[in-house]
Design a protein around this ligand. Structure first.
Ligand SMILES: Nc1ncnc2c1ncn2[C@@H]1O[C@H](COP(=O)(O)OP(=O)(O)OP(=O)(O)O)[C@@H](O)[C@H]1O
Ligand SMILES: [Mg+2]
Length: 253
């Protein structure tokens, strides 16, 4: 479904700060599978997502989604079939617009932008229905500016906006990391419901080993831009995963 072949990425090439993040990195991601990417800070997880979504250009290599080479497409073009939710609550939403306006933007993604008719009457019922299904009361706050929502409410809205047009691929970059444990679990449950219901192929970055096991089908661990572990989530317990995780980091020190 997603095939990455011989990907290379260096930051600041030819300068004293030159830093290779990926060298001939390859991976295959199956359709309708939720894959978690684990790995220590700075190992390249977000850079990988950024190269897939197009916010960072890869130096060489291929990124093929549904048999189509996508590296030549701009980020906005890829956004039509790749949804993304980041840890940063201000990404993916327009803080000064209200919930209905933000949802309308998501529904109209790819259409010509006209602010005058941002909220189209024919879209309102569908938007309210999706918000209701999320079951967090956002449908009662349609006119609230998104900057006034709590972190959890904003992340759920971001998630809904990223999935409302059913992307081919959903990228979740630590999307619950800034939330308290209870809200984080709640958003993970909502995420799981959404991706299972819509059958969305998902790549998720997290540092939460329990979430990796509970919510994904496949777990991949990166270290220094290399895959050091690739297993089915149901083959391992949280304790075993923690042990392997630490061993893999120690091996590469
Ligand atoms: N736009 C950029 N310009 C220069 N260097 C960058 C850029 N983005 C990432 N890097 C560097 O690439 C390396 C990998 O960073 P990345 O953000 O991918 O790590 P990560 O695995 O997501 O870490 P974390 O778990 O802390 O989020 C780091 O050394 C980082 O400083
Ligand atoms: Mg990161």
């Amino acid at each position: 479904m997603l095939k990455i072949v011989d990907l290379n990425k260096k930051f600041y090439p030819g300068t004293p700060e030159e830093h290779t993040v990926f060298e001939n990195f390859s991976i295959d991601i199956e359709e309708n599978v939720c894959t978690t990417i684990l790995g220590p800070n700075g190992c390249g997880k977000s850079t990988l997502f950024n190269m897939i979504s197009g916010s960072i250009k890869n130096d060489s290599g291929e990124i093929v989604l549904n048999e189509k080479n996508i590296e030549t497409l701009a980020e906005q073009e890829r956004a039509l079939f790749i949804g993304k939710v980041s840890q940063d609550p201000s990404m993916g939403v327009s803080p000064s617009l209200n919930i209905m306006e933000n949802m309308s933007l998501a529904v109209k993604k790819g259409e010509k932008f006209t602010f005058k008719k941002l909220v189209k009457r024919e879209n309102v019922d569908g938007i309210v229905k999706s918000l209701k299904e999320l079951d967090l009361g956002l449908e009662d706050k349609l006119n609230t500016q998104v900057k006034f929502l709590s972190g959890g409410q904003r992340q759920s809205l971001s998630l809904l906006m990223a999935t409302i047009k059913r992307p081919d691929l959903l990228l979740l970059d630590e999307h619950t990391a800034a939330l308290d444990p209870k809200t984080s679990k709640l958003i993970m449950d909502k995420t799981n419901d959404l991706i299972k219901k819509e059958k969305i192929t998902t790549l998720m970055i997290t540092h939460n080993l329990k979430h990796a096991i509970d919510y994904s089908d496949r777990i991949i661990m990166l270290n220094k831009g290399k895959i050091v572990l690739d297993i089915k989530a149901n083959q391992i317990t949280e304790e075993e995963l923690a042990k392997v995780y630490n061993e893999k980091i120690a091996e590469m020190m």
